[in-house]
Design a protein around this ligand. Structure first.
Ligand code: CP
Length: 319
């Protein structure tokens, strides 16, 4: 494995921080680590003695579990911070909570928080303070970024298509509230893909094209000839007022169905970061069809997170 040699990052905060060379290195390292999960004994000693804390202030199934699985496959010790039973409920600030955890000498903290910029804030403050060095990994910050999701999506696309450069990718759904969309637009563009976005204009961020995507009003035009369709759920937990007339109308217009995919490349693949709202943003028949890479994304999530922990925490090349 070559990961440690040239990966110069202390934290993983945003796709915006990663060059195409960094991304290739993460994907190549993840490719080489993926087979560990298929062994009878799914464990290597690479990160023995290292400690990873999962600090999730928002719900998660895939990200939290796959970081835990990834760390354990590399023999790191993992601890899950339970927000509901912590002193957060007594008014402790995010920074004081993290300072407290850092005093216990973890090597990495994976943080998910509803506030955009939370992970970067913690990384910057911890870097300025005396005390143990710790890697901060952004497990999703508000509507800003979800870099590890974008990396696993890039791995899944490259695995399915053999390349990323030159592909046409349509991202359909609630782009405004999706940190996954933002990270993927940045990552896909950086890797040479053409990125198209489509969704209700009420759920489209201003200046989305400045991120590197082309805006389409019609889903049929957005998917015309594309190699990949990525669909996103409407993030109702982040909406203070209704931004779509009804989920039924949303599904009828923006749901990924066989009729919509008929306009894409015949070899099109369909992706969704999860959790799915079946029958809303994706037809259940498509979610379970051979077009779907949804469970490949989950599987690759473990490999990508193993790669990131390995690269950040200093695994040895001969492990
Ligand atoms: N894709 C994703 O972030 O899923 P979770 O919210 O379940 O972690």
């Amino acid at each position: 494995m070559t990961g440690k040699k040239t990966f110069a990052h202390r934290h993983i905060l945003a796709m915006d921080d990663l060059s195409s060379e960094d991304i290739f290195l993460v994907l190549d390292t993840a490719d080489s680590l993926k087979e560990i999960s298929t062994r009878a004994i799914k464990k290597v000693p690479t990160l023995r003695g290292r400690t990873v804390i999962n600090l999730f202030f928002e719900p998660s199934t895939r990200t939290r579990m796959s970081f835990e699985v990834a760390a354990k496959r590399l023999s790191a010790d993992t601890f899950n911070f339970s927000v509901s039973t912590s002193s957060t409920s007594k008014g402790e600030t995010l920074l004081d909570t993290v300072r407290t955890l850092v005093a216990m000498h973890p090597d990495a903290i994976v943080v998910r928080h509803k506030s955009s910029g939370a992970a970067a804030f913690l990384a910057s403050r911890l870097d300025q303070e005396p005390g143990p060095r710790v890697a901060v990994v952004n497990g999703g910050d508000g509507v800003h970024e979800h870099p590890t999701q974008a990396l696993l999506d890039l791995m899944t696309i490259r695995e399915a298509k053999g390349t990323i450069s030159g592909l046409k990718v349509a991202i359909i759904g609630d782009i405004a509230h999706s940190r996954v969309a933002r990270s993927n637009i940045i990552g896909l563009s950086r890797m040479g893909a053409e990125v198209r976005v489509c969704g209700p204009l009420t759920l489209m961020p201003p200046a989305v094209e400045d991120l590197g995507a082309r805006l389409f009003i019609s889903p049929f035009e957005a998917v015309a000839g594309v190699d990949v369709v990525m669909t996103l759920r409407v993030q109702r937990e982040r909406l203070h007022v209704s931004m779509v007339p009804s989920l039924r109308e949303y599904a009828a217009t923006f749901g990924v169905t066989a009729a919509l995919l008929a306009h894409a490349d015949p070899e099109v693949v369909v992706m969704h970061p999860g959790p799915l709202n079946r029958g809303v943003e994706i037809d259940p028949g498509i979610a379970d069809s051979p077009f779907s890479l949804i469970l490949d994304q989950v599987e690759n999530g473990v490999a990508v997170r193993m790669a990131l922990l390995f690269m950040l925490l200093g695994g040895k090349d001969n492990d």
